[in-house]
Design a protein around this ligand. Structure first.
Ligand code: HAM
Length: 420
């Protein structure tokens, strides 16, 4: 075969598909309990939406986007994240007219041209939620508790929630100045990349994974010391709401997120079972994004969580259960005539709501029974010359090992009476 999947992408084969479906249905259930409603946005958007929304200097926009020109020479980008598209859709469809608060959630594939490694893909999937339209610390806390309740429902434990506040653009500017003052005399000890970051976006130095840089960062000034009163009050309220609800967290004074739209609360949830790419979830408040995109001032807060990383944690914690695949009925068709009637009976039973499959290859009775066993059929209906003559099915109950005959006309009511 000449074709391979693109580096950093994955096929989700049927066995894994079942696991994904289970996880997705738990996510949807908890989102519903919290009264968040699903939003789906297109896979691609105007490039400017992300450049403007996420920030030109971020890693995502400067080097990771899948950007291309369409035939009309428009620059389009496969969405690398959902927050900017959700706000675009919120503004474009005037959702604020429906309600002062929009609580939205999503499950979506996303695209980032990163160097693939364990837990870092080029096409990955996120679920996430955004509460748009109201500024309340209760929503910051709700968003965090929503993520936590989903992890809890999935059985995941030993997660680490770290929080910080990045304040307003003004306080962040003051903080950046203080940071630069701190970094400058130490630059020769920082890695090459951090030296570049110093020029472009010094805050990102705090995010460096290099051990020496991390060591040096320990004594760097803390954002919390630069917050304006309003930001500090907001942050304290979020913390007290988490305390009241017994949600454990740590203050991470150097947590800065890799996207520029955040104001006030930011948080990340990590797992020690993930290696280098340890963030399972990230989020925060982004009160200025709507305005940056040309809308009216609209406060908002949200989170997003990588599903592939979630799966890795679930695997490490032995939480992956593949439900056994079973069939209600397997139709064994013996001989040309029976085979000819196979589709009719399969369809009759399927229309009645039974999960049914059959032989399509005119195989021997032995081979068909082997297939029925493999597919874990509860009941096998045998249809051969004999049965056709008498207008009956030979019915084998595979669990009880009992065999009986049932007339064609009674087969559906007979099957309905069998224990599920
Ligand atoms: P983010 O931190 O870029 O935030 O991504 C959130 C999560 O997506 C990460 O914690 C990780 O689990 C997963 N993720 C990110 N990149 C990859 C990748 N290349 N491969 C696999 N998983 C990945 C955002 O996207 C923000 N939009 C979150 C947000 C929502 N903030 C407010 N609302």
């Amino acid at each position: 075969m000449n074709y391979k999947r693109i580096k950093g992408t994955q096929d989700i084969l049927p066995e894994a598909g079942i696991v994904w479906q289970d996880i997705e249905s738990i996510i949807r259930k908890i989102m519903d309990i919290f009264n968040y409603r699903e939003i789906r946005t297109p896979v691609f958007e105007q490039t400017a939406l992300f450049a403007r929304g996420i920030g030109q200097l971020t890693d995502i926009v400067s080097k990771e986007m899948y950007t291309f020109q369409d035939k009309g020479k428009k620059s389009l980008t496969l969405k690398p994240e959902m927050t900017a598209p959700v706000i675009r859709a919120y503004l474009e469809n005037n959702l604020s007219a429906q309600s002062s608060l929009s609580k939205l959630y999503y499950l979506s594939p996303l695209f980032r041209q990163e160097n693939p490694q364990a837990g870092r893909l080029r096409q990955f999937h996120q679920f996430g939620a955004e509460a748009i339209g109201v500024k309340s610390p209760h929503l910051d806390a709700e968003i965090i508790m929503l993520a936590m309740q989903i992890y809890q429902a999935l059985g995941i434990s030993r997660l680490d929630l770290r929080m910080n506040s990045v304040g307003t653009p003004q306080s962040r500017r003051d903080y950046t100045t203080a940071l630069k003052k701190y970094f400058k005399p130490l630059l020769s000890e920082y890695c090459k990349e951090c030296n570049q970051r110093f020029q472009i976006n010094p805050l990102r130095i705090l995010d460096c994974k290099n051990k020496t840089c991390q060591q040096l960062n320990q004594k760097a000034p803390k954002m919390l010391d630069f917050l304006e009163t309003e930001s500090l009050d907001h942050f304290n309220l979020v913390k007290s709401l988490l305390d009241i609800n017994a949600v454990p967290y740590r203050i991470a004074p150097h947590l800065v997120r890799g996207l520029d739209y955040y104001t006030d609360t930011v948080f990340e949830i990590t797992s020690t079972q993930l290696g280098a790419q340890d963030a399972i979830c990230g989020g925060g408040r982004y009160d200025l994004l709507a305005e940056q995109l040309g809308g009216k001032p609209t406060p908002a807060v949200g989170f997003a969580s990588g599903i592939e990383r979630l799966l890795m944690v679930m695997e490490a914690q032995n939480l992956i259960r593949t439900n056994e695949r079973t069939l209600d009925v397997y139709l064994c068709l013996l001989g040309d005539k029976a085979s000819g009637q196979g589709m009719f009976w399969t369809q009759q039973l399927r229309s009645a709501g039974f999960k049914v499959d059959r032989d399509y290859q005119q195989r021997s009775l032995k081979a068909q029974m082997r297939d029925a066993n493999k597919q874990q059929a509860r009941i096998v209906l045998l249809l051969g010359e004999d049965e056709l003559g008498k207008q009956i099915f030979t019915v084998k109950d595979m669990n009880a090992g009992i065999q009986t005959s049932v007339p064609f006309s009674e087969i559906i009511s007979y099957l309905k009476k069998q224990p599920g």
